[in-house]
Design a protein around this ligand. Structure first.
Ligand SMILES: *[C@@H]1O[C@H](CO)[C@@H](O)[C@H](O)[C@H]1NC(C)=O
Ligand SMILES: *[C@@H]1O[C@H](CO)[C@@H](O)[C@H](O)[C@H]1NC(C)=O
Ligand SMILES: *[C@@H]1O[C@H](CO)[C@@H](O)[C@H](O)[C@H]1NC(C)=O
Length: 396
């Protein structure tokens, strides 16, 4: 019943989208995970999954709790906050997916996954024999995560997103999922929106196929994420262009420095009027809620925020003093993009029910920043594949 209601609401939103004047845009409603960032453990799980993602891909070193050694039970909800619907096959099999600009593969759980695989059993699974458009590929795929890994077979099938129908999309059918990484998520699988060079087996990413198959007018997609949205209204992902009603100032575009991640040059980062970072690059990643700073900048920020270090390597902020904390300003393409404490500080629950305040800024041993949903929620982001550039403007 709930599922039916959910499908009806998605359908209703799509219908509203196709009726608007800019009908060449495909609007995918985002559902925001309700219990987002509720606990400190989830916050840690979010960090750990992010470290794993970039470690594996970029050889960065995670700087998490090296001293403790003991592995910590991770909460499964990793603050992967926003998800939306697609369907695969003929007839269509629906999936709720994480749309992730920090990775490039599309995968869903397979109907062939074992009954002992709890994460897989909890979600919709793709049944190849129930789809007349399924084409076997024969290649294996594997993606490692901090708390386990995912492996299975590649396949091709028709993928429908809103009213776009992509043919011959290569994707992973996950058969083995070890660990509990995807147990309790509001999505079954991931749609990677980064570039082909980042994809396992160089599989063509979904959006590239939309462009190649002439399904979108412009080879551009954009994210409007509501920071205080709901499961019904978490914002939207637009395929085929931008929606000027969703942002206030003109978009500031900067060229990509690499087309694997969505990586670009920033000019500087300022906190409390002090320049704390200069000439660093950044990656825009909708698949994390957090902001990642290089180690030196991380330490400076925490000292400027007067965070209290804990044994587990976090910095606690005094909840009562949050309003007095400074703005953090990212200077990109000559424009200033500020985050206020209400954007970057979150109140999270301890295991004993008490709560603490933490900043959404974490560190990795990388020389670049990672701007997740904390930033993209405040700044509408246009991902321009055609011109290899990225644009930001204050979200309306
Ligand atoms: C997959 O679909 C086929 C054909 O419709 C059906 O016979 C089979 O039971 C399904 N398998 C699973 C695991 O749902
Ligand atoms: C999909 O693959 C089939 C079979 O190889 C081919 O005939 C068709 O043209 C392909 N469609 C697109 C849009 O590439
Ligand atoms: C957030 O919620 C408040 C109160 O419900 C509302 O007034 C405000 O417009 C919301 N902001 C956004 C960006 O949705």
């Amino acid at each position: 019943m709930l599922r039916l209601l959910w499908l009806m609401s998605i359908w209703a939103l799509c219908w509203v989208g196709t009726n608007s004047e800019d009908h060449q845009l495909i609007r995918i409603p985002m559902q925001r995970q309700e219990s987002f960032m509720a606990t400190r453990r989830q916050h840690r799980a979010g960090k750990t999954s992010l470290y794993a993602k970039y470690n594996l891909a970029k050889g960065a070193t995670a700087m998490v709790q090296r001293s403790s050694g003991a592995s910590e039970p991770l909460d499964n909800r990793q603050n992967l906050e926003y998800a939306g619907p697609i369907s695969i096959g003929t007839p269509r099999q629906p999936f709720n997916m994480l749309f992730d600009t920090g990775s490039a593969n599309l995968w869903v759980p397979s109907a062939e996954c074992s009954a002992r695989n709890v994460a897989c059993q909890h979600h919709h699974r793709y049944n190849a024999s129930a789809s007349s458009s399924h084409v076997a590929d024969g290649r294996r795929f594997a993606i490692a995560y901090s708390t386990g890994h995912l492996s299975g077979m590649l396949a091709q099938d028709t993928v429908a997103v809103g009213r776009l129908v992509v043919q011959n999309q290569t994707f992973g059918m996950a058969i083995h999922e070890t660990g509990s990484t995807f147990l309790d998520t509001n999505f079954a699988g991931i749609v990677g929106l980064a570039f082909r060079s980042l994809a396992d087996e160089q599989a063509t990413p979904l959006f590239q196929n939309m462009c190649d198959q002439g399904l979108v007018e412009q080879c551009v997609f954009s994210f409007y994420l509501k920071r205080n949205g709901s499961a019904r209204q978490g914002g939207e992902l637009l395929f085929g262009g931008i929606d000027a009603k969703r942002f206030t100032a003109p978009l500031t575009y900067v060229p990509l420095t690499h087309a694997d991640y969505w990586q670009f040059q920033m000019q500087s980062v300022e906190v409390d009027g002090k320049t704390i970072s200069q000439g660093r690059q950044a990656v825009a990643d909708t698949g994390t809620s957090l902001l990642v700073a290089p180690p030196r900048e991380y330490l400076i920020i925490n000292s400027l925020l007067r965070g209290l270090p804990t044994a587990s390597g976090e910095y606690l902020l005094r909840c009562s003093e949050i309003d007095r904390l400074p703005e953090i300003v990212f200077v990109i393409g000559g424009q200033r993009f500020g985050l206020l404490p209400r954007d970057y500080v979150m109140q999270v629950a301890n295991d004993d029910g008490s709560s603490v305040c933490l900043s959404a800024i974490t560190l990795m041993d990388t020389d670049f920043w990672i701007l997740g949903d904390v930033f993209i929620g405040r700044y509408y982001t246009a991902f321009d594949v055609a011109q290899r550039r990225i644009g930001f403007a204050p979200a309306a």
